[in-house]
Design a protein around this ligand. Structure first.
Ligand code: DGL
Length: 271
């Protein structure tokens, strides 16, 4: 059986890339729902319905364990999937998200003034503050939706002066408050981490997700040998998208960098 990775679009390939660096031996199925991306401005009901379909597809494709790499889907739909949908429909499967591993990385070094950026739906869900407060109840937590960053990153406009101006505008309050930790709560933001880093003092911790998710998956598999034993280890990966529009390859390349070889092709599925 395999490990499934799901994202609302192609940004989750950045998470897959970091997982592959650390755990290349397993077999992976990636599904990017790029026909419906972005999820970030959608309602909880719609995000839940889309996420359910993706989970069904990955389970039908022999995934034992699924990582919802999308923050929006993790923040809005995961609890209901774990508490209601799986026990009812797929009791032998496990679905994990990116909020918990990110929060674990946040709280490892404490922090008292923590800021979170993400999509509208992620911020509105309050998922990050809720999880952080379970461990750091006294922490001051600030949040801001930063919806324009996803399209800018997907257009490859990372070095554009406008991106810098926008970041300054979005992050002004956090810079003034001298926060000690900034959580990049979106699949895409790792690509502009350096730009964001440059706006804060050196001692501000910037928490990007790829590494954190990969490390936590590794320790999860160590702790759950009953799951690990069932995973096939041929180093294969199957990549699926829900749309093959003009731009999907270019966008995928942004997130994959040079990590994938020619043998990696995408297949189109309808869910
Ligand atoms: N993958 C989404 C996330 O991490 C960003 C793109 C979207 O809004 O669908 O929140």
């Amino acid at each position: 059986m395999k490990i499934g990775i799901f994202d609302s679009g192609l940004g989750g390939l950045a998470i897959l890339k970091d997982i592959l660096k650390l755990l290349p031996q397993y077999d992976y199925v990636f599904l990017g729902d790029n026909a419906r991306t972005p999820y970030g401005g959608r309602s909880p009901y719609v995000i839940y319905e889309f996420t359910k379909r993706a989970i069904d597809f990955l389970i039908d494709n022999d995934c034992r364990l699924i990582i919802v790499a999308c923050n929006t889907a993790s923040a809005v739909a995961l609890r209901k999937i774990q508490q209601r949908y799986l026990p009812d429909k797929h009791p032998a499967k496990k679905v994990l998200g990116v909020i918990r591993p990110t929060v674990e990385a946040v709280v490892e070094n404490g922090g008292s003034h923590i800021a979170v950026i993400g999509t509208y739906a992620t911020i509105r869900s309050n998922a990050f503050p809720r999880e952080i407060r379970k461990i750091l109840p006294a922490a001051k937590i600030y949040q801001k939706p930063t919806p324009l960053l996803v399209p800018i990153i997907e257009e490859g406009e990372i070095d554009w002066i406008g991106t810098n101006l926008l970041l300054k505008r979005y992050l002004k309050r956090f810079i003034e408050k001298n926060i000690d930790t900034l959580v990049l709560g979106c699949t895409h933001y790792g690509l502009i981490q350096e730009k964001i880093r440059a706006l804060f003092q050196e001692n501000t911790r910037i928490i990007s997700q790829g590494n954190a998710v990969a490390e936590k998956l590794k320790s999860y598999l160590k702790q759950h040998s009953e799951i690990e034993k069932q995973l096939s280890q041929k180093g294969k990966r199957n990549l699926y998208v829900t749309d093959m529009n003009q731009r999907y390859r270019k966008v995928a390349q942004l997130f994959l960098k040079n990590h994938f070889g020619n043998r990696d092709t995408f297949s189109l599925i309808r869910i």
